[in-house]
Design a protein around this ligand. Structure first.
Ligand SMILES: Nc1ncnc2c1ncn2[C@@H]1O[C@H](COP(=O)(O)OP(=O)(O)O)[C@@H](O)[C@H]1O
Ligand SMILES: [Mg+2]
Length: 315
């Protein structure tokens, strides 16, 4: 079943000028999402995820190319685009600290030109929906981070938009709060299109129907989680003396102990290792293995002096 198109970008490009340097934050990005689908954006820091989300939400203009939300052009139909999406950015001071959760939502609801009565009703509904019903009358400053995120989601849903854009929604949350937020996102996604960015591959595996892998502003791979896993195939777990780990294999190091490194290496690359590698096990590639394989360079350098857990950043 093909459902309605929600987000489409065509050769979307955005450059930033920083002094004499030109940074291509997005480079000819083509993505497509549909209603009822959860789509993940995955890639290292600085790869362009937030830039993409900001362009889709009309906060930032593209340098070239096009982007559409529910068929509306993000540069020409700003009002319609805004009406059809809800946005939660990772780094945003969203709410008034001294107001309660309910008061905050009522305030933002009234910005949508609805009566105070309707705003109160809507705010109550949303607080129930995100599991904050009991916390309606509590000041925002007393909310835990998990509750703050849920309130941010409630705010993004005030006008019941078909599209949700979530930039690193579970960043900094403890595992249980993160899991609760994920199940909330899942339940919302049934009739919406959700586009979210994340660094947590297990989260992407759990939530996403489709994944775009982005690096240096370019989509370098895309597919369902299982398609991506199959593209890497098998991985072998190896135990290798630290000094014998080739530089281009550092990205596959899972941990280091007693001068030996444990690696998870795609099978097709493992042949490049010498006889000092002891094979521990073979496994199907996880999404995290896929990430290590595709992204690679953003690795850390093993600290040979400590010969232990201590890593330091490469370059
Ligand atoms: N306002 C800005 N001015 C200059 N450069 C920026 C600006 N916003 C983002 N960038 C640059 O664009 C690139 C992509 O950034 P961003 O979209 O924030 O990546 P991500 O969200 O994937 O970490 C980075 O190199 C970043 O430094
Ligand atoms: Mg970001």
């Amino acid at each position: 079943m093909i459902t309605e198109e929600a987000i489409r970008t065509e050769s979307l490009t955005r450059t930033f000028k920083v002094k004499s340097l030109e940074v291509k934050a997005l480079d000819s990005v083509d993505i497509l999402t549909r209603l009822g689908q959860v789509v993940a954006l995955v890639g290292p820091n600085g790869s362009g995820k937030t830039t993409l989300i900001k362009i889709l939400s009309t906060l930032l203009l593209p340098t070239s190319g096009r982007a559409y939300v529910m068929g509306r052009d993000v540069t020409r139909d700003v009002r319609e685009v805004r009406a059809s999406l809800g946005l939660v950015l990772a780094s945003e001071r969203l709410f008034y600290y001294r107001l309660t959760g309910l008061e905050n939502l009522v305030f933002f609801a009234t910005l949508y030109n609805i009566s105070l009565g309707d705003a109160k009703k809507r705010a109550r509904e949303l607080l129930e929906l995100v599991g904050l019903g009991k916390w309606a009358e509590v000041q925002y400053m007393k909310y835990s981070l998990g509750m703050q995120r849920r309130l941010a989601l409630a705010r993004a849903l005030i006008h019941d938009p078909p599209v949700l854009l979530l930039d690193e929604p579970t960043l900094g949350l403890d595992p249980i709060s993160a899991r609760e937020l994920r199940s909330l996102i899942k339940s919302l996604a049934r009739d919406k299109s959700v586009l979210f960015s994340s660094h947590y591959m297990s989260e992407v595996e759990d939530l996403a129907d489709y994944v775009y892998v982005i690096k240096y502003g370019r989509i370098i791979a895309s597919g369902t989680p299982s398609e991506l896993r199959e593209s890497v195939g098998s991985v072998v777990e190896l135990n290798v003396p630290l000094e014998r780990v080739p530089r281009d294999m550092i990205r596959f190091v899972v941990f280091v102990r007693d001068g030996r490194a444990r690696l998870r290496v795609p099978k097709r690359l493992a042949e490049g290792l010498d006889g000092s590698a002891e094979v521990i096990a073979e496994d199907r590639a996880s999404l995290e293995d896929v990430y290590a394989y595709l992204i690679g360079e953003e690795t850390m350098e093993i600290d040979h002096r400590s010969r232990g857990w201590g890593w330091r950043r490469g370059r």
